[in-house]
Each structure stands twice: as structure tokens, then as C-alpha cells.
Design a protein around this ligand. Structure first.
Ligand SMILES: [Zn+2]
Length: 673
């Protein structure tokens, strides 16, 4: 083998070991700087000699060019679904059904495994190298999403050991960790974007991204749970050996697995696992029980190639109630998004009376075929807001009516809009009374204009009293002044004056804060800051075209179009004019370089810090002379990482940039004071 090829081979082995040690074993072997050094050496080698790039190269983990469409993959053996058991009795009848086919089943022992609530995938390995990855699809044919699956660090690109068959399919469950899902929805809420319904659908959606770099940003993880290799000999005799074998080959296998000798042991293990499921960092929707000896799997076989007889999912009664769907109504959020919700005949779920539940959006209502008048299943499991799961079709009354999104906004009558690539419908009228309350509350909130003392209830009160109808009215002293406030319930002389002062103080907020506060669709704090820095004044931004806005680094076409559309609307321009006349600052100050311990250094923030908000951390860094940017480069002095960091952290590690936690940041900030 020529030198370059030998070196590339060696680098792949070292990096592969390091990734496995870091993500699967949780025991890093290489320092970040060493890893980075070797990773770049391999990247350079492959750039110079593309023929040396192999399908198991760790450099593929950073994502590939977008695909045009997905090819189909026919699974070697169908991917089965499991029958359910809801009680110990159900498990006992499962065992006696099996004993009629294979009498020794009761004595063979069972394994119990946590059932991960994600998206099943099929990983084809040829000679120990990941050759192809596919979704489950309909169980027989799935879609090829190899580039996306390569970005998941738990999925080995090359297997350890030698005992694997030359051709096999490993099945696993890809999931989005709960914390990553929550962080994702927090960011979307902040940007006024519709929230994802649950981690499972979000994971399935991320798997089917045409651009694998987007898949990678989501932070998917994977547990492997079985292997199929028709016509080949597997080196295992039992399911337990199989799970341990998968781990030895380099897969991540869910740790709460065990073997018990008989069905009584199964029931005991299930009772022990059930209360732990909610606390796991990923969604778990039951316990899978499998017959341990693999020889018995063959003997028991499947029911019509759909369900195996040798495995069953022990599910737990979810907190679900069935009640009547009285009406589907629509309310208007601050970005104008029309949110359909269900009015229900009041029912009790988990000790709480529920009379409304979210229906998410019109597409989901249609997909689940939920009709007004239906009996519906409602749950509040794990989520604060109750949601409608779906209709009970057998109980559907003859007069049940399908739902259609109104063509006019129910609050203001404006014609609604539905952007082609979105599932939400919007009211475009920024002065829509439905949007007004939510948008004023957002405008005044911390992180936005920060008008202390102006919370939800007071905004509601000011609107009801006719003092305000939009955010510009807040600054109109004819409307909002101490005398008029004192005439309202809940205001004394002092509190009225305090609110007036707080409103006046908010005029000094910079353009970036004002842009975020205005609640422009898709514009979160980060985008607002980028826009304010680039354009400097409201005037310049108002005049910019969508194309010009889209050229700002970090601003994608969706944001650019939303911003341009916002300023194209005459009512919004009038609102801005009134704010300007009231004396609001419409520009972004050039940050005078502060002197301090972080002077001249650039930082990147990622993840959720334990105590500081991102805005607060940025302020403190800037006050100490440093600056904060959105992307990691060789100029980055350090990356400050919190819980659930994004891909920036890996990039920083790859570049050998120091990683700080919040405590370290606070120490450094303090060092100079
Ligand atoms: Zn409206």
C-alpha cells in the first residue's frame, strides 16, 4: 500500500476509535487538539487524493451536499412492528400462545429492553463498513438516507471486532433527546415560529432532510437493538448476547436492558422500569420483552410477516381521556399565526379538568381526520398543553363536520395567508386585535423592550380601557399617562408613575432590541442583532430589498423575505413612523470597544447556560471588552458551552478552540474587576 493510502487508513482508525470513545463510551481518548489535528490531516489528504476517501471516513460525519430526492431501499428482512401487552395478564397469555408452538419457551428466559420512542432505521453493513442507511418506510421498503445517518455520532461507520457477518442489517431507533427538543422549540418560540409537536415526529422529519447538514444540526442520537443477516451465521445464541455483541461492534445499546429467567421475572422487571421511563433523557413508550434464545425466534416465527411472536411491547396506560369535540376554534398568536384549538366537553385527565386542547395546525387536523362532533382521544402526557390525539372513528356521529381553516382572520377579517412552504396560516394585519394583546405583551417583555410592570394582565387592562390598540400607543402621552392609569383598577399613584417611567426608559433601547420586540415573523434575538449591526438604522433596513437582507451572514432567505414583507406592509411602516415620532431610538450604537479582561477577544455561545441568558452573557462579555459572534472560526478565543450545545461545539473542538462552561466564563470576567 502506498504511503498516503496507509496513512489515510491509519487516520481513519484513530479518529473512529476517538469518536466511539467520546460518544458511545463517554470516555474520551484524545484531547480536542489532537483530534482536530488528525481530523484536518485526513481532510487534507482526502482533498488532495479524492480516491482515498472511503465510505467509512469520519470526514463524512460533517454532512454532505444536499440530495435531490431519496432512493428506495428494500429491507433484507421486513422490519416488523410489535404486538402490545397492557397488563401482566396480557403477557401471560402471550407466553401460553407461544408455548403451544414451542413448549420450551417458558424455560428459555426473556430479555427486557426499554422501548425508545423514535424513528426506526435500518443500517446495512458490508464487510464491516456502513454501506447504506434507510428509514423503516412501510416495513418492506424504506428510503435511503445514508448521508443523514452518517452524521449521527452513535452510528459506527466501521465496525469493531471481526465476528460480524459480511452482509447484515442492523436495526436501531433514531431519536431526538428531550433536552434538544425543548431547546429547539424554545428557539422557535422566540423567533415566533410554529412549535414542533413532539420529539418523535421531529426526529423522523430530521432523518428525511435532503440536506444532511440540517440533520446534523438537530443532534439526533441512535440506539441499536437487533440485527438481521439472512443466510449468514450470527455469533450469538441469545438476544442478550446479541445486544452485548452490538455494543462490542461499536453500537450504542440502551443500558437499561436485562435478562430474567421466567415470566414472573419479566413482570418484576417491568414494574421496576415503568416509573423510570418518564425520567429518561429520551422518549420511552414501554418495555420490549423478547424470548431470549434465538433458536426459538426461528421456531416461533412471525404473524403474517408483520409481527414477531417472540417479542411483545409492554405498554402503559397513557393519560388519555375520550370526550366530545364541541367546536374547533382559531386564535391568533403574536406573529399572526392562526392556531386551531379544540373546545371539549370538560373531562378529567390525570386529576386536571381539561376543556380545551391544541390541534397544532390544519394539516394535522386533516391528516388525522378530526371532525367537529367527533369523540376524540385527548392526552396531556408529558406536555403541559393538552392535545387531541385523534378521533374514535367507530363513534363518529353522522353529522360530524370536517374542519376548514377560515379564509378571513376570525379576529379582524383580513384575508389570511399561507406561505407555500409552511404548515401555518397567518393573519397579515399587524394591527389585528387578535394579535395585538400577544404582540404588546411580547414587545414589553424582558429580552424585548423590557418595560417593567407591563405584563399580560396589565396589557389586557389597557386594551380593554381603550388606552392602547398597538405598541405605538404606549408612547402616546395623551393616551398613557399617570392620570389615566390611576383611573384604572390596580394602579396607585406610585405604580402608575413607575409604569410611565419604564415606558419612557424603553425609548433608549437600540434598534436590535426594537426589531426583536416588533415580533417580525422568524426574527429572533439573534437575527435582530445581525440585521441591526449590518444596517445600522431602521431607515436603511426599511429600504433594503429581500435580496440585500439575505446577503447578511446568518440570515437565510426565509427570514429575509419575512423582514422585507413586514416593511412592505403600509400599516407596519405607519407604526414605525409613529414610534420614530415618539422619540424611540431607531439606530444601533457602534459598540465602543470596552476595556476589560476579554479585550479584543471573540467568543461563541452555544447551548443553554445554567444561569445566564444568551443576551446577558453577551452583554457581560462585551462589557469586558470582548465580542460575541454566531460562528466558530480560527479567530474564536473560546466557545462558551451550556446544556445541549449545538454543532458549533464540535466545530470548535475540531479547530482546537478552548471550551468554557459558564463558571469558567464568570471566573474570567471577574479576573479583571
Ligand atoms: Zn387578524
Amino acid at each position: 500500500m502506498p504511503d498516503a493510502a496507509r496513512r489515510a487508513d491509519e487516520l481513519r482508525r484513530i479518529l473512529h476509535r476517538a469518536i466511539h470513545a467520546y460518544y458511545v463510551l463517554d470516555a474520551p481518548e484524545l484531547s480536542d487538539a489532537e483530534y482536530d489535528h488528525l481530523f484536518r490531516e485526513l481532510q487534507d489528504l482526502e482533498a488532495a487524493r479524492p480516491d482515498l476517501r472511503t465510505p467509512d471516513s469520519p470526514t463524512l460525519r460533517v454532512g454532505a451536499e444536499p440530495a435531490e430526492r431519496f432512493e428506495k431501499h428494500r429491507h433484507l428482512v421486513p422490519m416488523l412492528s410489535l404486538a402490545n401487552a397492557f397488563s401482566d395478564d396480557d403477557l401471560r397469555s402471550w407466553e401460553s400462545r407461544n408455548a403451544r408452538i414451542a413448549p420450551e419457551v417458558g424455560a428459555g428466559g426473556y430479555t427486557v429492553e426499554v422501548k425508545i420512542d423514535g424513528a426506526a432505521v435500518c443500517l446495512t453493513y458490508r464487510d464491516g463498513v456502513l454501506a447504506r442507511g434507510a428509514t423503516r418506510g412501510n416495513g418492506v421498503v424504506g428510503e435511503v438516507v445514508t448521508a443523514n445517518l452518517r452524521t449521527i455520532p452513535d452510528i459506527p461507520l466501521r465496525l469493531d471486532g471481526t465476528s460480524w457477518p459480511a452482509l447484515m442489517e442492523v436495526r436501531g431507533e433514531v431519536y431526538l433527546p428531550k433536552a434538544a427538543f425543548e431547546a429547539l422549540n424554545r428557539r422557535r418560540a422566540q423567533a415566533g415560529e410554529p412549535l414542533y409537536a413532539n420529539p418523535r415526529n421531529t426526529a423522523a422529519g430530521a432523518l428525511r432532510q435532503l440536506d444532511s447538514r440540517l440533520t446534523r444540526e438537530r443532534g439526533l442520537r441512535c440506539f441499536a437493538f437487533t440485527v438481521e443477516a439472512p443466510g449468514e451465521r450470527l455469533p450469538f445464541r441469545t438476544q442478550r448476547e446479541l445486544l452485548d455483541g452490538l455494543a462490542a461492534w461499536g453500537f450504542r445499546v440502551e443500558p437499561h436492558r436485562g435478562r430474567v429467567t421466567d415470566l414472573a421475572g419479566v413482570c418484576g422487571a417491568v414494574a421496576e422500569l415503568e416509573p423510570q421511563l418518564d425520567g429518561l433523557p429520551f422518549g420511552a413508550d414501554g418495555v420490549v420483552v423478547k424470548v431470549d434464545p434465538l433458536a426459538l425466534h426461528d421456531e416461533l416465527g412471525t404473524v403474517g410477516d408483520r409481527e414477531p411472536r417472540w417479542a411483545i411491547a409492554r405498554k402503559f396506560a397513557p393519560e388519555v381521556a375520550i370526550t366530545k369535540l364541541l367546536a374547533i376554534k382559531v386564535n391568533v398568536g403574536r406573529t399572526g399565526a392562526l392556531n386551531p384549538y379544540a373546545e371539549l366537553e370538560p373531562t378529567e385527565i390525570g386529576g386536571v379538568t381539561v376543556s380545551t386542547a391544541t390541534l397544532h395546525n390544519a394539516d394535522l387536523i386533516a391528516a388525522k381526520d378530526i371532525r367537529v362532533g367527533d369523540w376524540v382521544e385527548v392526552t396531556r402526557a408529558g406536555e403541559v398543553i393538552p392535545q387531541v390525539l385523534g378521533p374514535v372513528r367507530e363513534k363518529r356521529p353522522a353529522d360530524a363536520r370536517p374542519f376548514t381553516m377560515p379564509e378571513r382572520c376570525p379576529a379582524c377579517g383580513a384575508e389570511v395567508e399561507r406561505p407555500a412552504d409552511e404548515v401555518m396560516t397567518y393573519c397579515p394585519n399587524v394591527s389585528c386585535p387578535g394579535r395585538v394583546l400577544e404582540s404588546i405583551v411580547h414587545f414589553a417583555s424582558r429580552g424585548a423592550m423590557d418595560i417593567r410592570g407591563l405584563g399580560y394582565e396589565r396589557v389586557q387592562k389597557l386594551i380593554e380601557a381603550g388606552l392602547i390598540a398597538d405598541v405605538a400607543d404606549l408612547y402616546d402621552t395623551e393616551r398613557v399617562n399617570p392620570e389615566r392609569l390611576q383611573a384604572l383598577d390596580g394602579f396607585a399613584e406610585k405604580s402608575a408613575q413607575q409604569l410611565v417611567d419604564a415606558i419612557a426608559a424603553s425609548k433608549k433601547q437600540p434598534l436590535s432590541t426594537l426589531l426583536f420586540a416588533l415580533g417580525i415573523r422568524h426574527v429572533g434575538e439573534g437575527a435582530a442583532e445581525l440585521l441591526a449591526r449590518r444596517f445600522g438604522t431602521m431607515d436603511a433596513l426599511t429600504k433594503a430589498s429581500a435580496a440585500a437582507i439575505g446577503e447578511v451572514r446568518g440570515i437565510g432567505p426565509t427570514i429575509a423575505e419575512a423582514v422585507a414583507a413586514f416593511f412592505a406592509e403600509i400599516r407596519n411602516r405607519e407604526l414605525i413612523d409613529r414610534l420614530r415620532e415618539s422619540g424611540l431610538k431607531m439606530s444601533e450604537p457602534r459598540r465602543a470597544a470596552a476595556h476589560g479582561p476579554l479585550e479584543g477577544q471573540t467568543f461563541v455561545l452555544t447551548g443553554t447556560l445554567p444561569t445566564l441568558s444568551r443576551t446577558e452573557a453577551t452583554k457581560q462579555i462585551e462589557a469586558a471588552g470582548g465580542s460575541v459572534t454566531g460562528s466558530v472560526s480560527k479567530m474564536t478565543a473560546a466557545i462558551v458551552a451550556g446544556e445541549e450545545p449545538g454543532s458549533k461545539l464540535e466545530k470548535a473542538k475540531a479547530l482546537g478552540i478552548p471550551v468554557w462552561d459558564e463558571a469558567e466564563l464568570l471566573r474570567r470576567l471577574k479576573a479583571g474587576s
